[in-house]
Design a protein around this ligand. Sequence first.
Ligand code: CP3
Length: 355
Amino acid sequence: MGELKNDRFLRALLKEPVDTTPVWMMRQAGRYLPEYRELRSKAGDFLSLCKNAEFACEVTIQPLERFPLDAAILFSDILTIPDAMGLGLYFETGEGPRFKKIVRTEADVDALPVVKTTSDLDYVLNAVTTIRRELNGRVPLIGFSGSPWTLATYMVEGGSSKDFRHVKAMMYDKPEVMHQLLEKLTLSVIDYLNEQIKAGAQAVQIFDTWGGNLSHAAYQTFSLQYMKKIIDGLIREHDGRKVPVIMFTKGGGQWLPQMADAGADALGLDWTTDIGVARGLVGDKVALQGNMDPSVLYASPATIRKEVESILSAYGNGSGHVFNLGHGIHQFVDPEHAKAFVEAVHELSPKYHQS
Ligand code: CP3
């Protein structure tokens, strides 16, 4: 495989010196791009894109053809694991993800297998291999998974939820059943991420989209504890290079000191935390990724540039910052605004990296 031509993303995650702050966008491949919508309609639906390595590869690279991004992210979904456990994932237009089978009882949890990635999710590994070949060292490839808690919310609710009533009831009434479910998910995620790394993922991110919905005590017990266990089980060096781990709990700003001790190389931040304050809280333990409000991309390029500058200056001098949005890019954003965002990070950040 070709030498990595641009490694500033990996270097920043490890707090090694960089010339410019690296930038990528969560959900950078997706519906805001007309070329994505076109390929999706050709493929049939979203899951068909994920399951075909050539399509997944093309979609992964689409945003890189438009913007000078410093990383690519595997085109897939966090819900591939529950799908591989036999729950039957499907997407209802405008409704988000759904499952044919829902997990509500102890017997439901007992019946769930632990996922064996090489046999159950080989299409994801094929996508990783294909994308690495096609990237040819242009930028690093990020692999990813959902956190056990976040996956459990979808499995118990049967899809997206606003109130999390079933999953929270299970957690409070039947904590031992919830722990069993989280345990199976943890083992599945460790295997899934390690296989992605072996197939060529050069960094991995754990998406804990719903951890911030938990109480202070429940976050430690039902989310953080399991992410820590995952991180402890991951391959941290492959092909002679460190494989950095990013842990992203949306809404987790109040737990930064505990999160910094979980063993990750970097923490993702949503936009509700000041990144300078966050840097003070985590010290030298981890790098930070984030954290512009994705809605800023609805504003003009001049406004976007100002917001980028204010986040760069809040982080301050030195490495350890990967610029990103605080959550995924919205589907109604103008791609030209995304371009203004990425270019602003590259144009405005070199002054923070002069030694
Ligand atoms: O970041 C990327 O570009 C890589 C691809 C990626 C997708 N989903 C593609 C996708 C990643 C990293 C994810 C992660 C994911 N999936 C998360 C965690 C991150 C987050 O956003 O909090 C979650 C919670 C999911 C579950 C999921 N998948 C939901 C809730 C939805 C519906 C979203 C919506 O707005 O309708 C999906 C579908 C999905 N995953 C799409 C894409 C591009 C849209 C599918 C389509 O209609 O084309």
